[in-house]
Write a protein that binds this ligand. Structure first.
Ligand code: ADP
Ligand code: 5GP
Length: 191
């Protein structure tokens, strides 16, 4: 059996990467399995523990980090940590699937370094900052404070775009999903 590849998606929060990922996962020929990250933030909207994230207390998160259970972790926003558990990577790739992960820009470059040629890092760009703000507000799951934190980080995140293997603009959702699927398909077909 061919070894599973690692597909990393990063974008400023609100760009639409979770929406794109959920559509890609439905495309059976891509054989994707989602890497469920752990986070110290609280669930948002209809999010469920063990589906979108493993929601951990800050204390539990730090304990697992100290135990070496993460491939990588970052304090993405002040006071809020996110990380990829080694057990998740094993669960998905062990089942013969390509692992798709949604991580912040620093996590993406660390994972790329860790997995080398097995990993592809895709940066999803919003069409503009105005549209990004509109999407964050239309999502109506974040508090005003959380929207401000996310927008404040967008320029920093955009400055990493050139360090990714490839970039996709999420203007029209159908077009962006199709383009991302094509990129993954050709990467997964490589030896
Ligand atoms: P992210 O995972 O990058 O934080 P989401 O997938 O939660 O972003 O998308 C943020 C909001 O923008 C959601 O309400 C989603 O439905 C919407 N959205 C996603 N892609 C598009 C698009 N191409 N055009 C308009 N709205 C979009
Ligand atoms: P959100 O709170 O909007 O779900 O995610 C916030 C940010 O955390 C996004 O940039 C997302 O990509 C990032 N993130 C989610 N999981 C991980 C992870 O496991 N590791 C890292 N480094 N970042 C993550």
């Amino acid at each position: 059996m061919k070894e599973g590849k690692i597909i990393i998606l990063s974008a400023p929060s609100g760009t639409g990467k979770s929406t794109i990922i959920s559509r890609l996962i439905e495309m059976e020929d891509l054989a994707l399995g989602f890497s469920i990250s752990a986070t110290s933030r609280s669930p948002r909207g209809a999010e469920q523990h063990g589906r979108e994230y493993y929601f951990l207390s800050e204390e539990e998160f730090k304990k697992r980090a100290a135990n070496g259970e993460f491939v990588e972790w970052e304090e993405v926003y002040p006071g809020t940590c996110y990380g990829t558990l080694l057990s998740e990577v094993k669960r998905v790739t062990g089942a013969g699937r390509n692992l798709i992960m949604d991580v912040d820009v620093k996590g993406a470059l660390n994972i790329k370094k860790f997995f080398g040629a097995k990993a592809l890092a895709i940066f999803v760009m919003p069409p503009s900052k105005e549209e990004l703000e509109k999407r964050l507000r239309a999502r109506s799951t974040d508090t005003e404070e959380s929207i401000i934190k996310r927008l404040a980080k967008a320029d920093f995140e955009m400055s990493f775009a050139d360090r990714f293997d490839t970039r996709v603009v999420n203007d029209d959702l159908e077009v962006a999903t199709r383009r991302t699927a094509e990129i993954i398909r050709s990467f997964a077909a490589k030896d």
